[in-house]
Design a protein around this ligand. Structure first.
Ligand code: FAD
Length: 390
C-alpha cells in the first residue's frame, strides 16, 4: 500500500516526475482536509459547496496548464490529470467544477480569445475569484450539438443573443458563461456572457440523483445584448467547442480513475474486515475474483492515461485516443463502483461509504462530454473512415 492508499500494482509511480508526485500529494492533502469531511453532506443535501471555489483556485487546480502570465501554473498535462484524479477520488462533482473551469472556460479563452479577454478573465478564473460555465448542450441538441438553435444577430457594437442551454455544470453560480451560438450566417461562434447582463438567467436543475454536490443549470437568453468585444475572435465552427471537449475528456479519463481507486480501496478494506460464515468475506473466491478484476482494470487504466498524458504533453494526443480513454476509464470506474457496492452489502447503499455516491455520479460522467456510445462511434469512424452518426 503506498502513501496514497492507491493501488499501484505495476509501479506506475516510477513513471512520474518528482514534481508530478508533489502536485498529486498537495492536492490529495487539500482534498482530505477541506473536501472529504464535507462532501457527503453536500451531496446528501444537494448543495454545491461554493466556499471551496476560492480554495480550489488557491490550490491551482483551475487551468494549471495555462501559462503563468495569465494566472496559471504552466504545468504539464500529467500533473493536470493527477489533480483531476485526486479531486474525483473524493467526488466526481468536485472534479467537474474544476474540469469545466479549466478545460471548458479557461481553455477556450486562452486558445480562441483576444489578448484583452485573456488578461481580463483568465487570472480571475485561475484564482477562483470568478467561476465559469460552458454552454453547448441544448434541450433538443445533446449528442448532435451542431444542430443548436441558440443564435445571435448583430446590432451596432453589440450582438443580440437568444436561445437556451441545458445541463450546464456550474451555471447557477457562474460569473461568466462561454456560450456557443450561431451567427446570422449559421456559423458557430463562442461568446462570453456575463452574469447580470439583462435577459440572461441560469436557473438550477433540481432533483438529480447524480452529481448532487455539483450545481447544474439551464442558461436562458432573452434578447441578451452582448458586446462584440466578448466574442472569441479565433473560434469558428463546431471544431472550436469540440477542441475544448477534448481537453476536458482527457481530465475525465484521469478523474474516473480516482473514483475507481476509492471504490476499490473501500471494497478491499471492507472485505478484509467483514466476517460472514466465520471468516472474512475476503477469503471467498467470488470476492477475490471481484477484487482481482478491479485491480486489473485499474492498472490498465493507469497505464492508458499516463501514455495519453505523454502524448498530450508532446501535442500529439488525438481526439480518437482521448475518446478511447474517456470511454474505457469511465465505464471501468462505473463497473468497479457497482461491484464494490455489492461487496459492501447493505452498508454499501448508505452514505457511511463513498461507493454509492461514486456510482451515482458516474452515471452522469458516462453520459456527459459525449456518451459512452458516441465515443464508441468516434472510434468506429477512426477505424473505418465512415462516420455513422451524421
Ligand atoms: P441524447 O443526445 O439525446 O442521447 C440519448 C441517447 O441516444 C444516448 O444513449 C446516446 O448515446 C444515444 N444516441 C444519440 N445519438 C446517437 C447516434 N447517432 N447513434 C447511436 N446512439 C445515439 N453540457 C454542456 O454543454 N455543458 C455542461 O457543463 C454540461 N454538464 C452536464 C452535467 C450533467 C450532470 C449532465 C447529465 C449533462 C451535462 N451536459 C453538459 C450535457 C451532456 O453533455 C449531454 O447530456 C450529453 O452530450 C448527451 O446529450 P443528451 O442528454 O441530449 O442525450
Amino acid at each position: 500500500k503506498d502513501e496514497f492508499e492507491s493501488p499501484d500494482f505495476y509501479g506506475v509511480d516510477d513513471l512520474l516526475t518528482e514534481e508530478q508526485k508533489m502536485i498529486r500529494s498537495s492536492v490529495r492533502d487539500f482534498v482530505k482536509k477541506d473536501i472529504s469531511p464535507i462532501i457527503e453532506d453536500a451531496a446528501q443535501s444537494a448543495k454545491f459547496p461554493y466556499h471551496l471555489v476560492k480554495k480550489m483556485g488557491e490550490m491551482g487546480v483551475f487551468g494549471p496548464t495555462v501559462p503563468e502570465q495569465y494566472g496559471g501554473m504552466g504545468s504539464d498535462y500529467i500533473s493536470y490529470g493527477l489533480m483531476m484524479q485526486e479531486l474525483e477520488r473524493c467526488d466526481s462533482g468536485i472534479r467537474s467544477t474544476a474540469s469545466v473551469q479549466g478545460s471548458l472556460v479557461m481553455f477556450p479563452i486562452l486558445k480562441f480569445g483576444s489578448e484583452e479577454q485573456k488578461l481580463k478573465f483568465l487570472p480571475k478564473l485561475a484564482s477562483g475569484e470568478f467561476l465559469g460555465c460552458f454552454g453547448l448542450t441544448e434541450p433538443d441538441h445533446g449528442s448532435n450539438p451542431g444542430g443548436m438553435v441558440t443564435n445571435f444577430k448583430e446590432d451596432g457594437e453589440d450582438v443580440i443573443l437568444n436561445g437556451s442551454k441545458m445541463w450546464i455544470s456550474n451555471a447557477p453560480f457562474a460569473d461568466i458563461a462561454v456560450v456557443w451560438a450561431k451567427n446570422e450566417a449559421g456559423r458557430i461562434k463562442g461568446l462570453i456572457v456575463e452574469k447580470g447582463m439583462p435577459g440572461f438567467s441560469a436557473p438550477e436543475i433540481h432533483n438529480k440523483w447524480s452529481l448532487r454536490a455539483s450545481a447544474t443549470g439551464e442558461l436562458v437568453f432573452n434578447d441578451v445584448r452582448v458586446p462584440k468585444t466578448n466574442i472569441l475572435p479565433e473560434a469558428d465552427g463546431l471544431k472550436a467547442p469540440l477542441a475544448c471537449l477534448d481537453n476536458a475528456r482527457f481530465g475525465i479519463a484521469w478523474g474516473a480513475l480516482g473514483a475507481a481507486m476509492d471504490c476499490y480501496e473501500a471494497a478491499r478494506k471492507y472485505a478484509a474486515e467483514r466476517i460472514q460464515f466465520g471468516k472474512p468475506i475476503a477469503s471467498f473466491q467470488l470476492i477475490q475474483k471481484k477484487l482481482a478484476e478491479m485491480l486489473t482494470e485499474i492498472t490498465k487504466a493507469q497505464l492508458l492515461v499516463w501514455k495519453l498524458g505523454q502524448n498530450k504533453n508532446q501535442g500529439k494526443a488525438t481526439t480518437a485516443q482521448i475518446s478511447l480513454a474517456k470511454r474505457n476509464n469511465v465505464q471501468m470506474a462505473l463497473e468497479i463502483a457497482r461491484e464494490a457496492r455489492q461487496i459492501l452489502g447493505g452498508n454499501g447503499i448508505t452514505g457511511e461509504f463513498s461507493v454509492m455516491r461514486h456510482m451515482m455520479n458516474l452515471e452522469s460522467v458516462v453520459t456527459y462530454e459525449g456518451t459512452h456510445d458516441i465515443h464508441l462511434l468516434i472510434l468506429g469512424n477512426e477505424i473505418t473512415g465512415i462516420q455513422s452518426f451524421k
